[in-house]
Design a protein around this ligand. Structure first.
Ligand SMILES: [Zn+2]
Length: 83
């Protein structure tokens, strides 16, 4: 579900009103993005053996969690949110 919301907001970037978003819709989307970003960041914070061995400091899965969290925060910023 988080990916669906993220994709919807990404497509809406710069044109949130074109989708007929109400202020409540916007708050709901921002809350979902904040929850999703926090969840991904918490997941990435549970470093694993793969992270310990990775030269970059994070395994592919946990690096993807951090990337997703950054995308959620960027999408929120595009609709004027600060999460
Ligand atoms: Zn890991």
């Amino acid at each position: 579900m988080c990916g669906v919301v993220g994709g919807w907001v990404t497509r809406a970037a710069g044109k949130p009103r074109a989708l007929g978003l109400t202020p409540k819709d916007r708050r709901t989307i921002l809350a979902a993005l904040a929850d999703s970003a926090e969840s991904r960041e918490n997941s990435a914070g549970a470093w694993c053996d793969g992270c310990a061995r990775a030269a970059a400091g994070a395994c592919d899965r946990h690096a993807a969690d951090l990337d997703a969290a950054a995308e959620y925060r960027a999408a929120a910023a595009r609709i004027g949110g600060d999460i």
